[in-house]
Design a protein around this ligand. Structure first.
Ligand SMILES: Cc1cc2nc3c(=O)[nH]c(=O)nc-3n(C[C@H](O)[C@H](O)[C@H](O)COP(=O)(O)OP(=O)(O)OC[C@H]3O[C@@H](n4cnc5c(N)ncnc54)[C@H](O)[C@@H]3O)c2cc1C
Length: 269
């Protein structure tokens, strides 16, 4: 499988199109990391749930991709815009990003996107995601918490492995100390793997778990708004489960990270 170390494209260090800097990076696993990118000048305002597009020039071409912001808007000016990103093992953008040291220059544009909170929405918020799709929900909760207007929330987050549960400490901390009225429901889809030894929480993909979560937590269609983010196949399946439970379509919002049916191509050879 192609690995970022094998990506030999030459990344341009300085360009007149660069307007931001990768200020910090924290690795979670070999292929998941948090990145902070800061504008040279003032931060551009955004709404929680929106995304920015970041990129660099490689072999003379600008390679850029959209990423949901995980920061609260108020924090993006100070520490930069926080992103939670998975390394995809094909030589496109992420194999370049993984090669960038902190301090490297980048291009960032945005914000864009309509995956937004409704104003003054007192329904229970059910946030469903897999992998890095949790990012916009972190921005939303951080924002509402900072604004002193938290909303009753259930976070259903699915990953293959326990060590991939991004923002677990933050969410467990909020749940424990009441820092945010959140019920955190992580689920692991490959419980039999040695990497998941000792896991005693829920198991199975989010689409197989979401029905029982609604049941257990008494989430009713008339008093719940659902946001789903990440893998398009997962989104379709979760939507179906919710439709079968009587959730009207307009109570469900979604953000697809790639077009349906597009899996990572397996490199030849
Ligand atoms: C609105 C929006 C917001 C996004 N936000 C994020 C984010 O916060 N974090 C993030 O990691 N990605 C996010 N993405 C996906 C991101 O833009 C890139 O597609 C991804 O980082 C892979 O880039 P690439 O150039 O290596 O491959 P691409 O050519 O862009 O994608 C190749 C294939 O990689 C797979 N893929 C893409 N993204 C992921 C992923 N996140 N996890 C697993 N497989 C994936 C898909 O099968 C896709 O067809 C977002 C996409 C959109 C449209």
């Amino acid at each position: 499988m192609t690995h970022h170390h094998l990506d030999e494209r030459v990344i341009t260090a300085e360009s007149e199109y660069y307007n931001a800097t990768l200020v910090r990076r924290v690795d979670q696993t070999n292929d998941l990391a948090y990145f902070w990118v800061k504008f040279d000048g003032d931060p551009v305002p955004f709404e929680p749930g929106q995304y920015m597009t970041i990129g660099v020039f490689a072999d003379g071409k600008l390679i850029q991709r959209p990423y949901s912001v995980a920061s609260a808007p108020l924090d993006a000016g100070g520490e930069g815009y926080e992103f939670y990103i998975r390394l995809v093992p094909i030589q496109r953008f992420t194999t370049l990003l993984w090669r960038l040291p902190a301090g490297h220059r980048m291009r960032m544009i945005g914000p864009k996107g309509k995956f937004l909170l409704e104003p003054d929405d007192d329904r229970t918020h059910l946030f469903v995601s897999t992998g890095t799709g949790i990012a916009p929900f972190i921005s939303m909760m951080r924002h509402l918490r900072a604004a002193g207007r938290p909303r009753r929330t259930v976070v259903l987050h699915g990953c293959s492995y326990v060590d991939e549960l991004g923002y677990r400490d933050l969410l467990e901390g909020w749940e424990r100390d009441g820092g945010y009225p959140v019920r955190y429901v992580p689920t692991i889809s490959r419980p039999g793997e040695p990497r998941n030894a000792g896991w005693t929480g829920r198991t199975g993909r989010v689409e197989t778990v979401v029905g029982s979560v609604c049941e257990d937590l008494a989430l009713r269609p008339e008093s719940t708004v659902v946001y789903i983010c990440g893998n398009p196949e997962m989104i379709v399946r979760v939507e179906q489960v919710l439709a079968d439970r009587g959730f009207p379509e307009f109570h469900v919002k979604k953000e697809l990270y790639w077009p349906k049916g597009k899996q990572v191509p397996v490199p030849a050879g």
